[in-house]
Design a binder for this molecule. Structure first.
Ligand code: GTP
Ligand code: MG
Length: 733
């Protein structure tokens, strides 16, 4: 074990105020999952890390600065994943433990640890505190959820608590900024004092053995080390200590076969004593509000029904509320395109700006209102605690196929985006369970699919209702989400029985209490997601739009040569088609130009493969580009239909262009069945390079991401094939 832990080397102002530059303090926030660490971190640093009412939200170390006092450099404040004890098993817990214990190479061990303790869950939270105290770092306790504790008539006497713990305890109410100054002061004081250490003692015999292992001086540093070595799973490496420790263990086991449980029991005993001194609970017996609500929401039959109704309501609301702002943005981009078009001379530059950039980026930006609304609802469902109930409802189903219960939260995050979802699998201890979850996370319909679903529904299913109030669009979207979920469960079933066989441990899913959602948290989540979306539109989508426009515009067709008659022959011609076809109208020149462009050739190259799915070569172009990022389907179709018809289509909206698009034989390119087939393809295909990169990073190999691309694409193809061909057999077109 590293010895850096034991060498406090603080340079605080009191050391040498006049000359030495003052090193900023490093302060780490440690505590149980869902105790409110990130909420506190955000308030102290002004940053906006993700907060949510369920355990396991933070899975990385995050850093910010915290202005402790005006005359001092701000402290480095570190937010950590939650952990129940320092005996960390999963990756996120290991990250937290390594920071706390100073095992991260470039990061000094924290000068002060702020133990974040949920006042409503006092005794359980205190277990970690006992372990932190054992580490001998200066420690301050921040009591959170004081407002909730008060409501439940739990009173904590912070003076008595501080006395019992041997460390300052500060109640904080983040929403009202109460307790921040006191916390800063306590941290500064703690950094200058030496830590008191843990207050509990073992049995007489064990204490004697410890004293013997400590050697002559018996300092507290040596005692901690001896304690760790005596009760660790492995023996110390140093030969002398190894023998001594082994013999001590033998002696202890003779007098008490369960000798190794002693520290655990001693800690619990001590916690009980501390709680007896500091906590007064006047909680009335009987069910709490949370328990009463849960009786209904997690009911075997009513629970799932409510979940479905909630999902439907969310989608329906997203659609109806978003439609007006979306129309406005759409018209705005239409006007912008017209204005730019009128301003510039006809030519390549005008085409690039109007058909490439404005059509491409604008086509995607139109969906901003929907993204905002989606995250508004996700944030509300998360922050109230309802999402954890949804996890509970799905748990039986997931356990049935051998998925770890902890897989649910990562899968849930994947509905926003697979990237944070895959990162969140760090909470799963077993590597095989973790891999299985990573492999299915991209099936969850992420927000990038929403524009695709919306376009398809807007073109063919909008405004249709059943029973007079249920919109078909909302039903279809829910069906797409459910399709992703059920395919994921099926794939997990197969994976867990073949390449990722491993027993699934029982789940201890911790139900957070219901809380009134925090408006600020919700706004922050919407804002950060909207920023991400706009950034993507301004970078990835912009770049792809320009490339696509170029690929759809070059090689330029030699106007004099006229349009080509034969596609296959044209494809082999470098530029310009052979003459000899019947001359056609002006609009078709544009169409012909597109056909012969690089993009057109690529689309026609894959057309035979995608024809059985109902797609033509123009959709093929969009399909190819969407493998970089799903939303590009929308921007690519905008560009293609703009370039393809010279930008003078009857309707300027993409929905109109999709409805009007024709196949080469003049039949409508899109039908409701084609749209459905496209949606099914997008539910299942692995079309996101960022996800591939994250899977590569998290699994540390290329094997898994490549496997993921392959099997998901095959599944998507098969499902889309069945949808289209099956639909035709049933008589749909
Ligand atoms: N009522 C109340 N709610 C709080 C308080 N502090 C945090 N919360 C809520 O508690 C929930 C959990 O907060 P987080 O800050 O994400 O908890 P965390 O400790 O970072 O959790 P992990 O990252 O999962 O370890 C969120 O819903 C917060 O809005 C508080 O003082 N009072
Ligand atoms: Mg957190």
């Amino acid at each position: 074990m590293s010895s850096t832990l034991e060498s406090p080397s603080l340079i605080t102002p009191s050391d040498d105020e006049a000359s030495a530059p003052v090193r900023p303090l490093t302060v780490a926030l440690a505590g149980n999952p869902n105790a409110g660490k990130t909420t506190l971190f955000n308030a102290l640093t002004g940053l906006r890390q993700k907060v949510g009412n369920y355990p396991g939200v933070t899975v990385e170390r995050k850093e910010g600065t915290w202005a402790l006092a005006p005359h001092l450099p701000p402290a480095r404040l570190i937010d950590l994943p939650g952990l129940y004890s320092l005996d960390a098993a999963s990756i996120d817990e290991q990250i937290a433990r390594d920071v706390i214990t100073g095992r991260i190479p470039d990061l000094p061990a924290p000068d002060v640890i702020v133990a974040v303790v949920d006042a409503t869950n006092f005794e359980r939270n205190l277990y970690l505190v006992t372990q932190l105290l054992e580490y001998g770092r200066p420690l301050v306790v921040a009591l959170t959820m004081i407002d909730l504790a008060e409501k439940r008539k739990i009173e904590i006497d912070e003076k008595a608590l501080a006395e019992a713990l041997g460390a300052t305890a500060v109640p904080v109410v983040v929403t009202q900024h109460i307790g921040f100054d006191a916390l800063a002061e306590a941290v500064l004081n703690a950094s200058e004092a030496s830590a008191k250490g843990a207050g509990w003692r073992l049995s007489e015999m064990a204490e004697q053995e410890l004293a013997a292992l400590c050697g002559n001086n018996g300092s507290s540093v040596d005692r901690r080390r001896a304690l760790r070595e005596l009760y660790a799973e492995e023996l110390p490496e140093e030969a002398g200590r190894r023998d001594a420790t082994e013999r001590a263990r033998e002696r202890l086991s003779k007098s008490n076969p369960k000798w190794w449980q002693e520290p655990l029991l001693a800690r619990y005993d001590w916690i009980e004593q501390v709680a007896a001194k500091a906590v007064r609970s006047k909680a009335a017996p009987g069910l709490t509000t949370t328990e009463r609500i849960d009786r209904i929401l997690t009911h075997k039959f009513i629970g799932p029904l409510i979940l479905i109704v909630v999902m439907l309501l969310v989608f329906q609301t997203i659609f109806s509320w978003a439609s007006l702002p979306m129309d406005l943005i759409d018209q705005g981009f239409g006007k912008l395109g017209e204005a730019v078009g009128n301003l510039l001379e006809p030519g390549l530059l005008r085409d690039l700006l109007v058909d490439g950039i404005i059509a491409g980026v604008g086509g995607v930006l139109v969906f901003l209102p929907q993204i905002l609304l989606l995250f508004f609802f996700i944030a509300i469902l998360e922050d109230t605690g309802y999402m954890a109930r949804a996890a509970f409802l799905m748990d039986r189903l997931m356990r049935g196929v051998g998925l770890h219960g902890k897989a649910f939260m990562p899968l849930l995050s994947s509905f926003a985006c697979a990237i944070p979802g895959i990162m969140a699998t760090r909470t799963i201890e077993n590597p095989k369970d973790r891999l299985a979850t990573i492999m299915i996370a991209p099936f969850m319909s992420c927000s990038a699919r929403l524009p695709v679903y919306t376009l398809m529904i807007g073109a063919f299913f909008s405004g249709k209702m059943i029973f007079g109030f249920l919109s078909i669009g909302a039903l279809l979207i829910m069906a797409m989400y459910l399709l992703g979920i059920f395919v994921a469960i099926g794939v997990a079933w197969v994976l867990k029985r073949t390449i990722l066989k491993a027993p699934t441990p029982p789940l201890v899913l911790e139900m957070p209490p219901y809380r009134v959602p925090n408006l600020l948290t919700i706004l922050q989540m919407m804002l950060s997601r909207a920023t991400l979306f706009m950034k993507r539109a301004g970078t990835v989508i912009l770049a792809i739009s320009i490339i696509l426009w170029a690929l759809a515009t070059f090689p330029r067709m030699d106007k004099a040569a006229g349009p080509a008659a034969d596609g296959a022959q044209a494809a082999s011609e470098p530029a310009g088609g052979p003459a000899g076809a019947e001359p056609e109208g002006e609009v078709d020149t544009h169409g012909e130009q597109l056909r012969q462009s690089y993009a057109g050739r690529a689309g026609r190259f894959i057309e035979p493969a995608i024809k059985p799915l109902g797609f033509d070569w123009k959709m093929g172009v969009a399909l190819i580009s969407s493998f970089a990022a799903r939303e590009t389907l929308v921007s690519t179709l905008s560009i293609i239909y703009n370039v393809g018809d010279g930008g003078d289509s009857e309707s300027d909206s993409l929905v109109g262009a999709v409805r009007e698009a024709k196949r080469d034989d003049g039949a409508p390119a899109w039908t409701p069945l084609v749209a459905l087939s496209m949606m099914v393809f997008f539910v299942l295909a692995m079309q996101c390079m960022s996800t591939v990169a994250i899977v590569r990073r998290e699994t540390n190999s290329w094997r898994w991401p490549l496997f993921m691309i392959a099997y998901m694409t095959v599944l998507a193809y098969v499902a889309s094939f069945i949808t289209y061909q099956g639909g035709r057999l049933l008589g749909f077109s």
